[in-house]
Each structure stands twice: as structure tokens, then as C-alpha cells.
Design a protein around this ligand. Structure first.
Ligand code: GLA
Ligand code: ZN
Length: 714
């Protein structure tokens, strides 16, 4: 692997572009040429590595072993601020350069992380008010990581300085291919900051959002409880007061915190674009987090990079008393992947950190079962990933994450998953870039709207009603239909889909309502449930009967909305949705159809016999309103039946616990079949296929081993 000089590179790139009308961005061309012949895009199969935590005497051996493993790249340095700037304004990149050189010598390309998630002690000692204040108004303490205020100008300036020094130092360094800005924005113990700097930042942001105080006061309804502001400087942040904050203020504060983190990132991104035009730039985050709007975070970055820890997620769920089934874990992980892909409109994404061993800090998950580490890799690829970096190469023997296991054990012996991960890397290289850069194919979409999540968390209506829970359970139910799903924002045009699901679409803008209306009019099926269209974008309640802006599309009026506690309700289904009665344990909307057909009715209490699920014909399409919550099996059956009515077909019929997705490039198609279960499963193939992993020609009934994977092509 040799890196051309800047002039050679630019000359070569221009010639290539004009000869072949190649539209790869500059960074992708650089990386493609570094890793071999120019192709669809770079090969990113690597590992997260910590030379800063490893004796230098081992660097060479590590690089040799990583290259031998088959890795193409590493990510380094994202927490090494104290080593790179040991005192304010004094920089030392010599060690990092030595590390990059060794890695490069072994053909390992380098992704550098900017270190702003872990400011060193000299910095916090000198500038203590860069430290975040939590939602109770208490200032956090340095000593961990991710404890900083996203608005604080001193912190932003010092973060930009260290990142700029790194960028200037490494822009021409052979082997460096890209950047990860910071690390997992907002994923600290306190996910939002409530300090004075944030208050001032919020006020400035409000001024540009609302223009005038009059507009702001009207939009929030501040006349309530005598909260009319006569100067922007009077506007508080939602810290504990004698009563709950204004819902409009609270929703805007969540938006502001997301914006503050994104704009903090933007400063480093602008600098990197100028200083390192040949490098890609991304950041790493995770899917099931709603404290930052991922669409905004990744909008200007080259691609999405998410971290993926299925075993750790399983352990977290158990800690919260929510013991999940393996289907729950695998579908929650798939949801993260589908979000990662959809955040950039379907572009291939990268897993920046993939679990490779026991994972956790104080407590840890078990070692992944034999086959699972490879399975998780393929699950990401099946959902649209182009590359995977494993966390981490060796396992630290010190620090808060010494139990977060890597590919090498503490004593540097091979971890139990070593050979399996190596096998996966070899296989993915053999599969080739065409599949890694192919498109994911689906006719169905699930709307995931941060505004709804934030507004509902401010006023859930029921202590067990949470937007993310609803999204996860709807996603799980839809994925049971095996049709594939995009996870889209409310601003997306829906015409590419046959069916769109939007649970708890609590905040509804006029534009979104118009898009839904024309989608249904044009022949699509829109499926939603309780709390639809309750709130405007400034979190006021609509002044029309619910479901507000979509009442005519849904063909139903919500006469009353009722949280469920001890007085349970149930649902009985019409033949169209036939199945055992279901229980409502969370919510029941009382529905008055205006033209809609009734597909289920309530079974208990004062509203027994009244409509619970309705379907309206509107234009050429259908709109379905599910008035109460359903148990897992009923939700899966109802959503699967509706998908079938909308003409959505699974690529293959498979048993429970087996996942199927399709990726496509031109007229080539890859069908991924993944068995998340601990025992072998069989699948009937409707035609003849080749399994690209084993080379077998397959027809009829085939087996997929425990945690097994097949990649089928006809
Ligand atoms: C995260 C971070 C890493 C590391 C791993 C394991 O997601 O990005 O820095 O902490 O997980 O905890
Ligand atoms: Zn702050």
C-alpha cells in the first residue's frame, strides 16, 4: 500500500474522474487507491487500537498480528489528549507518528480520533466550569470521560486547537485515511447540560428560531403561570422548579442540546475539511439513543459510523429487569443498523466498534456464544454496513474498561472469538466490495422522530409509555414479517414505500401531515396508533378533534384518550386480523369512525364493543389507526397482516429467530439469512441458490446452523 503525493493524487484523481465519470468523493478515491485497485469504495475491516495504553515494545508485534489477522485499518488516539497535549499549548505527536508509521509499514490504514471526549486534568483544573451540570443542577466532576458542556466556548476552543494540531500534523502522513470526531456525543452519565453557558446558548438559539419574544411567548403559551418573558435573558433552562416546565420550552431545550453538540462537532469538521481534504470524516454513536438527532449529527459527515454491542445491550436490559428474548436483542440491534443506514438516506455505513468479547465496565456480559461474533458482523453487513471495526485489539489491564474484552486476552493470548472474527474478515474480503457497497432493499419504513420522543418524554401520559419502547416493539413486530425496514425521519418523502408505520406520532407538523396525506392518496398504507397528531411543533395541543391534521385521512375521530392502570381493557379482532384476543395494558383511545372500517373492538368496561382498530380508504390507499396497545404476538400478527395487504412480501419464508435481508447492486442480489438461535433451523428455498460463503449449490430444504449465516445468490 503506497500513498501518492498530493500532486500525484490530484492528477490521478482528475484523470480518473474525467475518464470514467467516477463520482466517488475525494476521500473515497484516496482510500480505494490505498487499499488496492479503485473500486466501489474503501475496504474498512479493522480494529480499535490503543497504542497510548500499550507498551511501545509491543507496537510492532501488534501491527504484525493485526495485518496477519487480515485487518485493513485501525482507529486510534480518540482518548489520548493528555499524551498529545501534556500541558496547555505544548504538543507531542512524536509517539503517535511512530505508531502510525509502524501500522502503515504493515499496510494498516489509520483512522484518527480527535480526543475531545476526554479532556486531561490540567485542563479541568484550570477551567473547571467546562464541566457539565446535570438535570438536577449539580455540576459533574472530572475523573471519568464525557463530562463536558457542549456550549462552553473555552472547551470548544481547546478542543478545536488539539484537533487542528493533530490535523496539521497528520494531513500528509502516509497511511492516515480518515477521522472520527470526538466519541459518542451525549453518551455520558448526564446526557444534557444545564449550565449557565448552555442557558445563554439556548437564549441565542431561541432568538434566531423565534425572531421576537412575542412570537416565542405565543408559541409556548407563556401566559400560563405568568411566564411571559420580556427579555431573552430571562428564559430559564428546565432545571427543578416548583412545578413542571412549559412543554414548549422543555422540547426546545432538548432540540437546543442536540444542536449544541452538532455545532460543536461542526467546528472540528469545518477545520478537517480544510486541513485534510483527502481524509474522510465521521463520528461514532449508537442507535437506540435519543439525546442527539442522528440525522443532524451525520448530515455533513461522509458516512454514519455506529458502535454495536449486542451482548452488552442484553446485559443492560437484564440489569433494568427487562430480560429480553434473543429475538428482542437481535431485532433491537437490527433497528440500530437500519437507523445507521437510513440516517444518510440508505448509504452504506460503518460499525466503528463491534463487540468482540465479554463487554462491560463494572459488570460484563458473557463471552459471545460460538458463532455470535461472526453472526453480529454479518448482521451489520446484511443491514447495509460497508465495514466493521472490532472493539478492541487487546484487553486493557488498567482503567475503567479493563473488563471490556478484546480480540486478545489480558495475557495477550487469543480470545475465544479470535479465530471466528478472523474467519469473518477473510470471508468479507472474498465477498468483495460490490456487496459491501450495494443497496439495502425494502418496501417498508418506520418513522423515528426525535421530536416525538422528546415531547412524549416530557409528558408521557402514562408512566410506562416511552417513545423508544414503542419504536423497539413496533420494529420487532414489523421485522417478524421479514420484509426489511428503513427507519426514516418525519421529513422524508414516502412515495418509495408501500407501507409506512408511525407509532405514537405525537408531534405532527403540517408538512409531515401533507406528506402522509399524499402518500395514502397515492396508494400507500399508513399504519399508526394512539397519540397521533396531538401536538404542534411548539408542543401546543391542536385545537381540532384528534387525530388533528390527519383526521380525514384516518377516517376516525378520537373521542377520548385513556391511560390504562388497574381497569384493563382488551381487543377482539375481526376476521381480517383474526387471532386470539389481546390485552391493552397501557392505553385505549375511544374511536368514532367516520367512514373507516372496524378491524377490532374493545372487550371490557364501559367501551366494550366499541372500535379499537380502524382502516380507512383514502384516495388509492389505506390508513390504519390502532387505538390501544397490543401484546407482542398480536402486534406482530396485525402488522404482518397489514404488510401483506399492502403487497409487501418477504424474500424468503423463514422460521422465528431467523432473519432475512436483501442487498442489491444493478441486477445482482444478495440474500442474507441469519440464524440468531442456539439450534439449527431449516428453510425452504423457492429456487436454486449458491451460498457464497460455503460455495454450496442449494435447493429445497436447507439447514442454517446455530448462529449460522448464509449469503445466497441465484
Ligand atoms: C463505547 C466507546 C468506547 C468504549 C466502548 C466500550 O461505545 O465508544 O470508547 O468505551 O464503548 O465501553
Ligand atoms: Zn452547559
Amino acid at each position: 500500500m503506497t500513498s501518492p503525493t498530493r500532486r500525484e493524487f490530484l492528477g490521478g484523481a482528475l484523470a480518473l474522474i474525467s475518464a470514467a465519470s467516477i463520482r466517488l468523493p475525494l476521500w473515497a478515491q484516496t482510500v480505494a487507491s490505498l487499499a488496492g485497485a479503485p473500486a466501489a469504495g474503501p475496504l474498512l475491516l479493522g480494529v480499535d487500537y490503543y497504542p497510548d495504553q500499550t507498551p511501545e515494545a509491543l507496537w510492532e508485534e501488534d501491527a504484525r498480528m493485526m495485518a496477519d489477522f487480515g485487518f485493513t485499518n485501525v482507529r486510534i488516539a480518540e482518548f489520548a489528549w493528555a499524551l498529545m497535549e501534556p500541558a496547555e499549548g505544548r504538543f507531542d505527536f512524536a509517539w503517535l507518528r511512530r505508531s502510525v508509521e509502524i501500522l502503515h509499514k504493515h499496510n494498516l490504514a489509520v483512522i484518527l480520533g480527535t480526543p475531545s471526549a476526554a479532556p486531561p486534568p490540567w485542563l479541568t483544573a484550570k477551567y473547571p466550569d467546562i464541566v457539565e451540570v446535570n438535570e438536577k443542577g449539580e455540576r459533574l466532576h472530572p475523573g471519568g470521560r464525557r463530562f463536558t458542556c457542549p456550549t462552553n466556548q473555552v472547551y470548544r476552543r481547546l478542543s478545536l486547537i488539539i484537533a487542528s494540531e493533530m490535523a496539521r500534523t497528520f494531513t500528509e502522513t502516509q497511511g492516515v485515511i480518515g477521522w472520527q470526531i470526538d466519541n459518542e456525543f451525549t453518551l455520558g452519565s448526564s446526557q444534557r447540560c444545564y449550565c449557565n453557558y448552555c442557558q445563554a446558548g439556548f437564549q441565542t438559539w431561541l432568538r434566531s428560531r423565534y425572531g421576537t419574544l412575542d412570537n416565542l411567548n405565543q408559541s409556548w403559551g407563556t401566559v400560563f403561570w405568568s411566564q411571559t418573558y420580556t427579555d431573552f435573558s430571562q428564559i430559564p433552562v428546565p432545571l427543578p422548579s416548583g412545578g413542571d416546565p412549559n412543554p414548549g420550552l422543555a422540547l426546545d431545550y432538548d432540540r437546543y442540546q442536540s444542536y449544541a453538540n452538532v455545532s460543536f462537532q461542526q467546528e472540528q469538521l469545518d477545520m478537517l475539511r480544510k486541513t485534510c481534504p483527502r481524509h474522510f470524516v465521521t463520528t461514532n454513536n449508537v442507535g437506540l439513543v435519543d439525546t442527539i438527532n442522528m440525522r443532524d449529527l451525520y448530515e455533513k459527515l461522509d458516512f454514519t459510523a455506529f458502535d454495536n454491542y449486542p451482548g452488552f445491550f442484553d446485559m443492560l436490559m437484564a440489569q433494568q429487569g427487562r430480560m429480553g428474548s434473543s429475538a428482542f436483542v437481535s431485532s433491537s440491534i437490527a433497528l440500530g443498523h437500519d437507523l445507521a443506514r437510513s440516517v444518510k438516506g440508505g448509504k452504506p455505513f460503518m460499525i466503528m466498534e463491534e463487540q468482540s468479547g465479554k463487554a462491560g465496565q463494572k459488570t460484563f456480559s458473557p463471552q459471545p456464544e460460538k458463532g455470535q461474533a461472526r453472526l453480529w458482523t454479518y448482521q451489520a453487513i446484511a443491514h447495509g454496513a460497508m465495514g466493521v471495526n472490532y472493539f478492541r485489539w487487546d484487553t486493557a489491564t488498567f482503567g475503567a474498561e479493563e473488563y471490556w474484552h478484546g480480540i486478545l486476552n489480558h495475557d495477550r493470548s487469543k480470545s475465544p472469538a479470535f479465530d471466528e472474527i478472523k474467519q469473518g474478515v477473510r470471508e468479507l474480503k472474498a465477498l468483495g466490495r460490490e456487496v459491501l457497497y450495494s443497496n439495502y432493499v425494502t418496501d417498508a419504513a418506520l418513522v423515528f422522530d426525535y421530536d416525538c420522543s422528546w415531547a412524549l418524554a416530557i409528558q408521557p401520559g402514562h408512566f410506562r409509555l416511552a417513545y423508544l419502547d414503542q419504536i423497539v416493539s413496533w420494529y420487532g413486530a414489523i421485522s417478524a414479517s421479514r420484509s426489511g425496514i428503513d427507519v426514516i425521519g418525519p421529513e422524508i418523502d414516502l412515495s418509495a414505500y408501500k407501507i409506512v408505520f408511525a407509532p405514537v406520532a405525537y408531534v405532527m407538523s403540517e408538512k409531515q401531515a401533507a406528506r402522509i396525506r399524499s402518500f395514502v392518496q397515492g396508494g400507500g398504507m399508513f399504519v399508526t396508533n394512539f397519540r397521533l397528531g396531538v401536538k404542534t411543533e411548539t408542543s401546543q395541543i391542536v385545537r381540532t378533534p384528534l387525530p388533528g391534521l390527519l383526521r380525514d385521512v384516518m377516517g376516525v375521530t378520537v373521542e377520548d384518550y385513556i391511560p390504562v392502570y388497574s381497569a384493563k381493557n382488551g381487543m377482539k379482532f375481526s376476521p381480517a386480523l383474526a387471532g386470539p384476543d389481546s390485552e391493552c395494558v397501557l392505553w385505549t383511545d375511544i374511536l368514532q369512525p367516520a367512514g373507516a372500517e372496524v378491524l377490532a373492538s374493545y372487550t371490557m368496561g364501559a367501551h366494550a364493543g366499541q372500535p379499537a382498530i380502524t382502516m380507512n380508504s383514502f384516495g388509492k390507499g389505506k390508513a390504519v389507526y390502532i387505538g390501544g396497545d397490543l401484546n407482542e404476538a398480536s402486534l406482530a400478527r396485525v402488522l404482518r397482516t397489514l404488510s401483506g395487504m399492502a403487497g409487501v412480501k418477504p424474500p424468503l419464508e423463514v422460521p422465528a429467530g431467523v432473519e432475512v435481508t436483501v442487498r442489491k447492486a444493478g441486477n445482482k442480489q444478495w440474500i442474507f439469512v441469519l440464524n440468531h438461535g442456539a439450534s439449527s433451523q431449516s428453510v425452504n428455498l423457492p429456487a436454486a441458490f449458491v451460498d457464497l460463503l460455503s460455495g454450496e449449490k442449494l435447493t429445497g430444504k436447507i439447514d442454517i446452523g446455530a448462529y449460522g449465516v448464509r449469503v445466497l445468490q441465484s
